[in-house]
Design a protein around this ligand. Structure first.
Ligand code: NAD
Length: 488
């Protein structure tokens, strides 16, 4: 299998001189190859999107939305097939892949309401006989650069909104998981979108830089690690583009002594170990407060040790592999570093071997207790199924640690105390707060992004922020004197 580009309504084999292997991280099998498309192919995609823009923009928004209605029904019919591809190239379990597809579809559904969401406003008689209105117009050619961990969903935090707002689009998927997007674009082909309205280019840095440097690309949405987010934000901004760049995270969960310990443990385990910890909203630090210390630590250690690890297409598997052997090595090294810096590996996932999948990149859920605040594992995004547990005396201490950290994607609290929960919601410096919820992932009609080093930009993905990002406001002040009327 070879990933190919989709430009101007046609599937085009790349002329790349370099290809990368795409692996199934559970089996170690090579699934196929992905081209590192050269800049000239990106320029072709931008030209196609530029040419398609005037006619697409002129199509009424309600007619543009019709394409998404059709697309939704094709997605529903192909949900399991695409979910299987996600599991094969990304590693998460089949149920997790199906859940990812559901979140993608939710974004498509919400974007169908854009004809109303992109309405402007209007004041009559701001002065006698003079009216003023604000209208929204599309920005032009827009592009998404996506990470590996949600190969289907992430570009759809942006793409459906961009399209119905009247923009044309280019997707650059992660080179590690290109085949999911091939399937999603095959469905676009069936929908019959006009040529050039959506385009797909595979590749890495050269392709991304070509998007960043092309003057016709007016807006970039990026999701990935913090160093890349920072780089893309500054290079896009230097070229005068709109940019929204979502980065990495280190998400803490605070457990107060009055929490429902059974429910809390189950939810925190799903948050920390689901998708093998490769989620920007994964719990990676648990702060126990006072007497929560022993009950939570024992329960979460027990749950971690019992999680079923294996190939995500097999029944009953709860934790799939991490994305690659390099990633596995990096995670194991970070666990080792944590231990050498003073943490206690209460449950240790290093050296995991799954029978029948000896070439897979598996790491069992790991609990590191008493992670020192100054240590590398406390500060670094591990992006694997590793939960650091830290014992504190008060909720104030927990909030202080959260606010002193560089990231600000998500923080959660588990308690029955409304006042403590309110204080937490009020003071935690993060973009998403969970209260008795372990993955505070906003629905498609809410904006989604983090704060601090988890996000570079101002307008978030999804919801009304997407309308702001993918439209530019024009204000018109008009006067039509009565005496000019021909009195028909
Ligand atoms: P990554 O930064 O390595 O890659 C993301 C994308 O950027 C890929 O398409 C890649 O080809 C491209 N890229 C990588 N290096 C580049 C460079 N130097 N110049 C130009 N383009 C470059 O991220 P990843 O490993 O694919 O994804 C995991 C990261 O994504 C984690 O840090 C995770 O927290 C983050 N993430 C964040 C969110 C969020 O909403 N904040 C969501 C999902 C993932």
């Amino acid at each position: 299998m070879k990933a190919i580009n989709f430009i101007n309504g046609s599937w085009l084999d790349s002329k790349a001189t370099q290809y990368l292997d795409v692996m199934n991280p559970a089996t170690g099998d090579v699934l196929g190859t992905v081209p590192l498309s050269p800049a000239v192919e990106v320029i072709k995609a931008v030209d196609a999107a530029s040419q398609a823009f005037p006619d697409w923009r002129r199509l009424p928004a309600q007619d543009r939305a019709q394409f998404l209605f059709k697309y939704k029904y094709l997605l529903e019919a192909s949900l399991d097939d695409i979910a299987r591809t996600i599991t094969m190239e990304c590693g998460k379990t089949f149920e997790e892949s199906r859940a990812e597809m559901r979140r993608l579809i939710e974004n498509v559904e919400i974007a169908c309401g854009i004809p109303m969401m992109m309405q402007g406003y209007n004041n009559e008689d701001i002065a006698p006989g003079i009216d003023e209105m604000m209208i929204r117009q599309p920005v032009g050619v827009c592009a998404a650069v996506a990470p590996f961990n949600f190969p289907a969903m992430v570009p759809f935090w942006f793409l459906p909104y961009a399209l119905v707002c009247g923009n044309t689009y280019i997707v650059k998927p992660s080179e590690r998981v290109p085949f999911t997007m091939q399937k999603l674009f095959a469905l676009f082909e069936q929908v019959g979108l006009p040529k050039g309205v959506v385009n797909l280019v595979n590749g890495t840095k050269e392709a991304v830089d070509a998007l960043l440097d092309h003057p016709a690309v007016r807006a970039i949405s990026f999701v990935g690690s913090t160093p890349t987010a920072r780089y893309i934000y500054s290079r896009a901004a230097a070229g005068g583009k709109r940019a929204q760049c979502q980065g990495g995270a280190k998400n803490p969960i605070v457990i107060l002594p009055d929490a429902d310990m059974e429910m809390t443990t189950r939810i925190v385990a799903d948050s920390a170990f689901g998708c093998a910890g490769q989620r920007c909203l994964a719990a990676s630090l648990a702060f126990t407060v006072a007497e929560a210390r022993d009950s939570f630590t024992e329960a979460i250690s027990d749950t971690a040790a019992k999680r079923v690890v294996g190939y995500g297409l097999e029944n009953g598997v709860q934790v799939g592999p991490v994305i690659s052997q390099q990633s596995r090595t990096r995670i194991e090294e970070l666990i080792a570093r944590g231990v050498s810096e003073g943490a206690y590996a209460r449950v240790d996932g290093r050296g995991t071997m799954i029978k029948g999948f000896e070439d897979g990149s598996f790491v069992r859920p790991t609990i590191l207790e008493n992670v020192p605040v100054a240590s590398e594992v406390f500060q670094t995004e591990i992006f694997g199924p590793v939960l650091g547990v830290i014992h504190l005396d008060s909720v104030e201490q927990a909030i202080e640690l959260i606010n002193n950290g560089p990231y600000g994607n998500m923080a959660c609290i588990f308690t029955r105390d409304g006042a403590a929960a309110r204080k937490f919601r009020y003071e935690a410096e993060v973009g998403n707060v969970g209260i008795n919820v372990g993955i505070a992932a906003p629905m498609a009609f809410f904006p989604f992004s983090g704060w601090k080093d988890s996000f570079f930009g101002d307008l978030h993905g999804q919801g009304m922020d997407a309308i702001e990002f993918f439209t530019q406001k024009k204000v018109v002040v008009e006067r039509w004197p009565k005496e000019w009327s021909r009195k028909f």
